[in-house]
Design a protein around this ligand. Structure first.
Ligand code: SF4
Length: 703
């Protein structure tokens, strides 16, 4: 931290990491960001976590891509074999003209030879709303298909599926800051002190003023010591635990009859279903005593105002949609939606995963979740785009696209800012798929693991080098601004996609992201009353905004839901076992996630000096008793083996992890957690079961 003499300029922008969307002031000297302060944004009120404060210098890292690259004809076979410090062993530098021609000819050639559905696109939740919108438009308009998706598929797709089904909207019903008006809050399957650290500070403050926090997680999280109740339930037993809590609410007559009657449907079916889940019957299954389940039921149901927050511990299961259905039902039956201090809030992961989803970067929806199979919807977009119709078939999702590559149906891909060679489940399968593509275009800021497999690499600007809007977990649309120029010849993603589109003959004329935003508004009612100028002046507006001066509505659905007759729906959920249960060969449970210091696949944070210094080595967390049983000292090595593969990794002792579990962060390529994960999918959200795989853990004797 310094004072004004330490910098030439300060620029307001948004932290590029998590969905909290903290506003930052970037202090710039000699064209470089020198340090970062938090400023008074609506979500962060001046606060920042360690990533926001110290995770900025990756933008000046020597590994940045500065010139377009084309795979050399004499390059070794495609594989995870490129040194990001020396890519010229596999690629040659090219001019932009040459690289864009190669990309367009490669993808366009596949379209001519095999049809547009032979090409798919992965966009990014790290790019701006305008860039996400252009990316999905490029695939739909350019290839006539809907094979476009992004990492929402790997984080909250099941939450969105359940919210769309039962509430009629995929976004949060209340900002996380509303917790200040709550009496009780449930945090389930989330570890906000590590993954949404600034939101966690609001949760802690809530308990300091007497709010009751109920934490539910198979891992004991740091929020545990603030909790009135800590329910460390058995992995995968979410539905039995939540149904038991709701069953107790019904049995003890604590539900909100008036609310249910006025605002919901299907209550009788839900009520009858819950009769099968008495706490005394479910306690062994979920591992939580019946009296605790009943105490939680009473605390939540009798509170004046209650909120529910959840993370990927809920969503990343083959029953992720059922888990979210239970949370929605719990809030509805207690009338805890639509008032101050109430609401449903899936804590979104990436800084712009809400915005990228809103902008239509998903295979079944156009912008604002408008159904791609609806002829009227497509024709409204065709009119704005000045183009003909395209396929009415829903496209394939992230993991389905990679399966289709293996099946030979998808032959080319355009990957912008995603890293499936690290982030997909059973990543060996994903890497094999990428290697087999006839043409792969990767657009990114670093030579990621995915770029190892590329035919053409397009160097992009980092978030702090570009202009664009992003939407955080709270539905707050905020303005990102450039603080430094992109290095070398790197360019902003919207410019690159526009150039590529024009080489495909699409005739785009955008000269600034503001023009893209104006186009988005034509078919996105969520952006009504939100203009580029407002965002430039005000910094943030929450949608929905009811007038040109309304800062936006932090709480929605107080007077009904965007569903038939304005009613939300109860959808009963049954207990489904995880796809792969432990057995004698693989007797323990592996779960994966993020760590405080590292972001997702590590491409940015492992190139941030402070963050890398704090957490430099791949590690897995196990209970000390498990390590003793294995004969491994903390800091020693363990081998983790699943049906997909094995990794060797440093073991860390952690009492928060149950004795039959191991937790593995997925940021480390040298011990990639996703070599091990199970690709089985939730049938509704198509999200993989990252949170549960049967694993064998062996001690490694180092010689
Ligand atoms: Fe960035 Fe999230 Fe940390 Fe805020 S809480 S500084 S948005 S990583």
């Amino acid at each position: 931290v310094g004072d004004s003499k330490d910098f030439d300029e300060q620029v307001k922008s948004i932290c590029p990491f998590c969905g909290v969307g903290c506003q930052v002031s970037l202090k710039v000297k000699d064209g470089k960001v020198k340090y970062v302060d938090g400023i008074n944004g609506p979500a962060n009120e001046g606060r920042l976590c360690v990533k926001g404060r110290f995770g900025f210098d990756y933008i000046h890292h020597p590994h940045r891509l500065t010139k377009p690259l084309i795979r050399r004809e004499d390059a070794p076979a495609k594989g995870l074999n490129v040194d990001p410090a020396n890519p010229l062993t596999h690629f040659r530098e090219a001019t932009w003209e040459e690289a864009l021609d190669a990309a367009a000819n490669g993808l366009g050639g596949l379209k001519s030879a095999h049809g547009g559905a032979s090409v798919a696109g992965f966009g990014s939740a790290k790019c701006s709303n305008e860039e996400a919108y252009l990316f999905q438009k490029f695939i739909r308009q350019g290839f006539g298909h809907n094979n476009v998706d992004h990492c929402t598929r790997l984080c909250h797709a099941s939450s969105v599926a359940a919210l769309m089904e039962n509430v009629g909207s995929g976004a949060v019903t209340a900002t996380f800051n509303e917790i200040e008006n709550a009496d009780v809050a449930i945090v389930i399957g989330a570890n906000p002190t590590e993954n949404h650290p600034v939101a966690a500070t609001f949760f802690k403050q809530f308990t300091k003023r007497g709010g009751k926090l109920i934490v539910m997680d198979p891992r004991g999280t740091a929020l545990k010591r603030y909790a009135e109740h800590m329910l460390q339930f058995k992995p995968g037993a979410d539905v039995s635990m939540l149904n038991a809590i709701m069953s107790a609410i019904v049995e003890e007559g604590l539900y909100d009859r008036q609310y249910i009657e006025a605002f919901t449907e299907n209550w009788e079916a839900e009520k009858a279903h819950l009769a099968n889940f008495a706490p005394e019957k479910m306690e062994e299954h979920c591992g939580i005593p019946a009296e605790t389940l009943r105490a939680v039921a009473r605390d939540f149901a009798t509170a004046k105002a209650g909120m529910i927050f959840w993370g990927m511990g809920v969503s990343q299961h083959i029953h992720g949609t059922d888990n979210s259905r239970c949370l929605i039902s719990l809030a509805l039956m207690c009338g805890h939606v639509g008032r101050p201090g109430t609401g449903l809030h899936p804590l979104r992961g990436q800084n712009n995963v809400q915005g990228a989803s809103d902008a239509g970067l998903i295979p079944m929806f156009l912008p604002d979740y408008q159904d791609v199979t609806d002829d009227g919807v497509r024709s409204a977009f065709s009119e704005v785009w000045g183009t003909g119709d395209w396929s009415s078939q829903k496209g394939l999702t992230v993991t389905e696209i990679l399966d289709a590559v293996h099946a030979g149906n998808i032959k080319g891909m355009y990957v912008l800012g995603e890293n499936p060679a690290m982030s997909d489940p059973d990543v060996t399968h994903a890497r094999d798929a990428l290697a087999s593509l006839e043409h792969l275009v990767v657009q990114d800021i670093f030579l990621t693991e995915t770029a190892n497999f590329a035919d053409v690499i397009l160097p992009a600007a980092a978030f702090y080098e570009k202009t664009g809007t992003v939407t955080n977990t709270n539905r707050q649309v905020q303005m990102g601004r450039p603080a430094a120029p992109p290095p070398g010849e790197a360019r902003e993603d919207w410019q690159i996609t526009t150039d590529l589109a024009n080489r495909m003959g699409l005739g785009w004329t955008y000269t600034h992201p503001a023009e893209v935003f104006a186009e988005m508004k034509q078919n996105m009612p969520s952006l009504d009353n939100i203009t580029w100028d407002r965002l430039a002046n005000e910094g943030a507006v929450t949608y929905p905004s009811l007038s040109p001066t309304d800062p936006g509505q932090p709480i929605v659905f107080g007077d009904g839901f965007p569903r038939a007759e304005g009613r939300a729906k109860f959808t009963p959920a049954n207990v489904i076992a995880p796809d792969e249960v432990p057995d004698t060969d693989f007797p323990m449970v592996m779960t994966t996630g993020r760590q405080l210091e590292h972001w997702h696949t590590g491409s940015m944070t492992r190139r941030s000096a402070v963050l890398d210094a704090v957490e430099p080595e791949a590690n897995a967390s196990l209970h000390p008793a498990t390590l003793r049983r294995l004969g491994v000292e903390p800091g020693g090595k363990v081998r983790l083996v699943t049906r997909r593969g094995e990794i060797t990794i440093m073991a860390r002792a952690d009492r928060a992890v149950a004795e039959n579990m191991v937790f593995v962060p997925f940021a480390y390529v040298e011990a990639a957690a996703n070599v091990l994960t199970n690709p089985a999918l939730d049938p509704y959200g198509k999200i993989p079961e990252f949170k549960f795989a049967a694993v064998r853990v062996e001690g490694v004797i180092e010689g």
